[in-house]
Design a protein around this ligand. Sequence first.
Ligand SMILES: Cc1cc2nc3c(=O)[nH]c(=O)nc-3n(C[C@H](O)[C@H](O)[C@H](O)COP(=O)(O)OP(=O)(O)OC[C@H]3O[C@@H](n4cnc5c(N)ncnc54)[C@H](O)[C@@H]3O)c2cc1C
Ligand SMILES: *[C@@H]1O[C@H](CO)[C@@H](O)[C@H](O)[C@H]1NC(C)=O
Ligand SMILES: *[C@@H]1O[C@H](CO)[C@@H](O)[C@H](O)[C@H]1NC(C)=O
Ligand SMILES: *[C@@H]1O[C@H](CO)[C@@H](O)[C@H](O)[C@H]1NC(C)=O
Ligand SMILES: *[C@@H]1O[C@H](CO)[C@@H](O)[C@H](O)[C@H]1NC(C)=O
Ligand SMILES: *[C@@H]1O[C@H](CO)[C@@H](O)[C@H](O)[C@H]1NC(C)=O
Ligand SMILES: *[C@@H]1O[C@H](CO)[C@@H](O)[C@H](O)[C@H]1NC(C)=O
Ligand SMILES: *[C@@H]1O[C@H](CO)[C@@H](O)[C@H](O)[C@H]1NC(C)=O
Length: 620
Amino acid sequence: MVPHFKLLPPFRRLLIVLFIFPLLALSSEPSSISGQQLLGSSFGIPGLNATFTHVIIGGGTAGLVLANRLSAFPENRVAVIEAGSFYELSNGNQSQIPRFVWNGAGVGFLDVNPLVDWNFATTQQPGINNISIHYARGRALGGCSARNHMVYHRATKGAYAKWAEEVLDETYRWENFRKYLDKSITFHEADMSKRPSNTTPSFDPAGQTAKSGPVSVAYSNFVLSFSSWLMAALHEVGLKPIPGFLGGELVGTSWYTRTVDRKTQTRESSETAYLRPVLQRTNLVVYQLTMATKVLFDGKKNAVGVECSCFGKTFYLNATREVILSAGALQSPQLLMISGIGPRSMLERFGIQVLVDSPGVGQGMPEHPVISVTRRVNLIASTVLNTPAKNEAAIRDYLNNATGPLTSTGGDIVGWEKVPRRLISNATAAFLDTFPSDWPDLEFLTGSTYPGTPPDNSDYAAISVAMVATASRGSVTISSASALDPPVIDLGLLADPIDQDIAIAAVKRARELFATSALSPILIDEESVPGPNITTDAQILAFIRSSARTVSHVSCTCKMGKKGDNMAVVDSKGRVFGTGRLRVLDASAMPFLVPGHPMATVYGVAEMIVEDIIQENKEW
Ligand SMILES: Cc1cc2nc3c(=O)[nH]c(=O)nc-3n(C[C@H](O)[C@H](O)[C@H](O)COP(=O)(O)OP(=O)(O)OC[C@H]3O[C@@H](n4cnc5c(N)ncnc54)[C@H](O)[C@@H]3O)c2cc1C
Ligand SMILES: *[C@@H]1O[C@H](CO)[C@@H](O)[C@H](O)[C@H]1NC(C)=O
Ligand SMILES: *[C@@H]1O[C@H](CO)[C@@H](O)[C@H](O)[C@H]1NC(C)=O
Ligand SMILES: *[C@@H]1O[C@H](CO)[C@@H](O)[C@H](O)[C@H]1NC(C)=O
Ligand SMILES: *[C@@H]1O[C@H](CO)[C@@H](O)[C@H](O)[C@H]1NC(C)=O
Ligand SMILES: *[C@@H]1O[C@H](CO)[C@@H](O)[C@H](O)[C@H]1NC(C)=O
Ligand SMILES: *[C@@H]1O[C@H](CO)[C@@H](O)[C@H](O)[C@H]1NC(C)=O
Ligand SMILES: *[C@@H]1O[C@H](CO)[C@@H](O)[C@H](O)[C@H]1NC(C)=O
């Protein structure tokens, strides 16, 4: 499927890289062909069993930030090992068009897309009636940034202060950390010639310091009309408008910004932003369609290389300076365990020689559950694309004008709040009060789909509520000593009674929003899902268990912390305790899951820690 885009010029070269490289990787005499000959450019391919200064495992959100920044120094030789490929080629406009983010990312196993996804299954989740769900994760250059819903916002000042305190590193305080968040993006104002006029975002002064980074952050050119109604309802129940979500504040309402190209409204990922502009560098090599299967150490527990597998062919990449694990929150801990770093008993169960007994590896994994309440409305919502004619018009708008429903992922606005204490128990309130004062409990999003198959051709709109302060924790473990087997993923979703209490409050809060006078003009009849006969807390909880989903935010599985904290796996610069020359740098290294969507923070931490790696280089 060749993408239908005149707007993506570097494709020809990418195509060559895609199709030639795997062949090259299987050749026994790789040095007989040079990258220059193949590509007519200086994209170097040294072949198998090569030596680099830095070997990065995972060309995902964080990994490609490192690849870009480290290869800016000609004295470095940088390798990226990535299991996937260029998603523009393997998955075409399905990966690039905002509206299509939903395709293949469902919780059912018929709604997966193995071309860009790992096809992971969770263990049976007691919190959601013992079902096992498909857990989407990007398998492509760009990783989850090539797969996600593109929501870009920062966490709060209080969250970053807590981070600084927990890991004893002042760099994480907002005042210090903000420059790294800024460094990764260019913020664009909304294009009001294309957006509906009653959806003008307020001027976000926080964006004005972020004007020269690689990732384009912009507003979509389409807003669901339900969103403007919900905005008024959020204000009616007490949420205050704030300028945006880039300034270290969340509690309040604003319009979303996304990682999207402002002009074309195509996805921006770490691949488009950090890799494509530097593909010509001869000191950067991307081993795509290649699995990293083990980190190799010398006798002093220094990481010295990585074992790789490409279509069954095993080879080795040596690292003279560092190996950096950026394989994401599920596979960075998996690779650590397989390489001998993890809870002793688990490693021994699979016959893995213990290099470092690190009980925290894979443990304490948080996730954000999400629950929706749905009603029939008298404006266009779930039927926005329900006929071939509407789809054709949407494609025309998109390709000709970068406008229309395809430019939006669907959830246009957001509000964040501390849940009203009258809706939760004292124990739950006491738990939520342990979070910083600017850390919201609930996030409100708009939904324009009916859960499952709609009963008729009416328009349905949903208020979805995500829980961003949770007590439940899951884990990632292994089922064998091979990285080619999937990790064992237990989300622990809604396992803790505190989270069940918050979830019930979330449903009640969504109902309160639907009961506002702001929304009454657009509502038809009674609530559709869960329905008016679901009233008691027990009934609401049963509904939650049958319908709660996740926002795909697993993290913290190789968490950073103070030296001496038994459960901490890495220090504040990502260095793995008990080893040398090995870091973990991705969502798994977060000490806790920040409120809301983590991508902005993942980019920021990568920008920050890569400076430390560069500094350390100078000291060698
Ligand atoms: C469906 C979905 C929607 C989301 N929506 C949002 C959102 O709107 N906003 C937001 O902020 N966050 C969102 N997130 C979360 C966010 O995208 C992730 O937290 C973040 O991108 C993770 O970055 P990372 O660098 O830790 O890992 P990743 O970006 O996942 O990178 C890991 C990379 O390592 C590769 N890899 C793994 N194992 C190996 C191996 N053994 N060998 C070689 N390569 C390997 C993977 O293929 C991948 O490319 C979403 C996530 C998903 C899945
Ligand atoms: C790479 O090294 C391994 C182990 O030393 C060896 O078995 C293999 O043949 C080498 N491959 C190439 C392509 O040189
Ligand atoms: C990689 O390191 C190993 C172990 O030190 C060594 O035997 C091998 O020759 C090195 N490979 C290359 C390509 O330098
Ligand atoms: C889930 O599984 C557990 C253990 O097998 C069982 O006790 C429980 O009743 C199950 N719950 C549901 C809703 O099926
Ligand atoms: C996406 O690509 C397919 C296949 O090339 C094409 O048929 C379709 O029109 C494209 N859609 C858009 C919105 O560009
Ligand atoms: C799209 O652009 C064309 C001109 O290129 C214009 O005629 C048309 O009205 C525009 N459509 C929309 C929906 O903006
Ligand atoms: C909960 O806390 C409130 C306010 O502190 C108090 O008045 C009330 O008695 C408490 N309820 C219970 C059940 O402890
Ligand atoms: C609520 O009503 C729906 C539709 O009439 C029905 O399917 C469901 O079983 C009822 N639920 C309860 C808890 O009564």
